[in-house]
Design a protein around this ligand. Structure first.
Ligand code: MG
Length: 451
């Protein structure tokens, strides 16, 4: 009897300890980033022929944003902003000389920047970057030097062909393991790496940054998806990405981690329209990648966390609250119980009230940079364009009389209402002037190239 009660006591003790451990354990975070996926390319965002049942289900179970922005209209600055919560102008990760990093670039994300992965190390998170990096391919800039325990993927875009191999290298940690990478294998291999990472770290908090290579051109799908979509190869590629998202969510369900994991899906910039049928769609938004019209920077944004995000709300709900990839760092740190860096300006907000349904978004606007120049500014429903450019025409147009659109009434930016609302134009111009006065541009990381 005494032995029995002692083992019961021990058992209760262990149960108590593990409950306490569970209660103390901060949540896991999975950020899935598509490359050049447009606002209109998913079933749940209105695409009529691309089938995305996993993302559609994620949206039904979670929360779908209709006013979600990446922080730049091209890859490198957008990714720098996502991982640091800071406008690229502050890290030097945007440029008017070269819009992204290339295989001959000598720069990268400065060591002084703090990534989400680095900040989460305060609570011993396991961290992995799987997929496209594009924040510097030289050793000192790799994910493994930026807070990630593990890296598997390509260091820059899949169209940046190495002169010798006519392809792009595939890396594991700091080693090239395949050159050229077999591009049609990337989505399934990233997916296998991601699900393995989740299973291996099921007993500790983790952060998975899964940055898919596609649907960036050149498009490649595996045999299982090639020729299957009525949207053609672009549809095949997006449907395979959707499958990959389903595998990640299924793995979280199977391991019992769904209720302790926030998953956020988005895209690094809008669709690459000049690629015609190989590029995606921004739906009813104007223009695409490389521009500061809505199609260049408003992207899909889906949050999923069973029992926490939108708990008890109607299925299929959307939010009109403003949010951005800039907000991921402050939000993730807040949910993890980690104080964000206070020694530098952050441009993101903690949007956990929107995710958890406890309050409105602290974000009231959005700034639109093209390279190092401020082109446009959103405040509430209004967006003011000082300058515009089209990806297909390199010249920018500076508007002596800025254009003003009401994005809630006119999401396609068709009807300029500046003449009717001079007071709104003046109000936004004052905000822009204050912002510019507060920003100290960092040295350009993208201009330098090896001779
Ligand atoms: Mg991109």
């Amino acid at each position: 009897m005494r032995e029995f009660s002692r083992s019961v006591a021990l058992l209760l003790c262990l149960v108590g300890a593990s409950v306490a451990l569970g209660a103390d354990r901060p949540p896991n975070f999975v950020v899935i980033l598509a490359d050049d996926l447009g606002y209109g390319d998913l079933g749940c965002y209105g695409h009529p022929t691309i089938r995305t049942p996993n993302l559609d289900r994620m949206a039904i179970e979670g929360l779908r944003f209709t006013q979600f922005y990446c922080a730049a209209p091209v890859c490198t600055p957008s990714r720098a902003a996502l991982l640091t919560g800071r406008l690229p102008i502050r890290s030097g990760m945007c440029s008017n000389a070269r819009n992204v990093l290339f295989p001959d670039s000598t720069g990268g994300l400065p060591e002084s920047e703090i990534t989400i992965a680095e900040a989460l190390k305060a609570k011993q998170y396991a961290t992995a970057c799987i997929g496209k990096w594009h924040l510097g391919h030289l050793p000192q800039y790799l994910p493994t030097r930026n807070g990630f325990d593990y890296y598997f993927g390509i260091p820059y875009s899949n169209d940046m062909l190495n002169k010798q191999t006519r392809g792009v290298p595939l890396m594991r940690n700091e080693e090239v393991i395949e050159n050229p990478a077999a591009q049609e294998t990337l989505t399934p291999r990233y997916t296998a790496e991601a699900t393995r990472f989740i299973r291996e770290n099921r007993d500790r908090p983790f952060f998975l940054y899964m940055a898919h290579t596609y649907p960036h051109v050149p498009l490649h799908a595996s045999d299982a998806f090639k020729g299957k979509s009525s949207r053609g190869l672009y549809g095949d590629v997006v449907e395979e990405l959707d499958w990959g998202v389903g595998q990640v969510l299924d793995t979280l369900r199977e391991t019992g981690l769904a209720e302790r994991t926030l998953v956020f899906f988005t895209s690094d910039n809008g669709p690459w329209l000049v690629k015609k049928l190989d590029g995606g769609s921004a739906g009813l938004l104007r223009e695409g990648k490389g521009t500061t019209f809505e199609g260049g920077m408003r992207v899909p944004g889906i949050a999923w966390w069973p029992g926490r995000v939108k708990a008890g709300k109607t299925e299929g709900a959307i939010t009109l609250e403003l949010a951005s990839t800039l907000d991921l760092l402050p939000t993730i740190l807040s949910l993890a119980g980690i104080t964000p860096p206070s020694d530098r300006p952050l441009d993101g907000y903690d949007i956990s009230p929107v995710l958890l349904g406890t309050g409105p978004s602290p974000r009231q606007g959005m700034v639109f940079y093209n390279g190092t120049d401020l082109f446009a500014w959103r405040k509430g429903p209004y967006k003011l364009h000082l300058s515009t450019s089209l990806y297909s025409q390199k010249e920018r147009v500076n508007h002596d009389s800025p254009l003003l659109f009401d994005l809630l009434k006119d999401p396609s930016e068709k009807h300029d209402i500046a003449a009717d609302h001079p007071e709104i134009v003046q109000d936004i111009l004052a905000d822009i002037a204050a912002h510019k006065a507060s920003v100290a541009p960092a040295p350009d990381q993208l201009a330098g190239r090896a001779r």
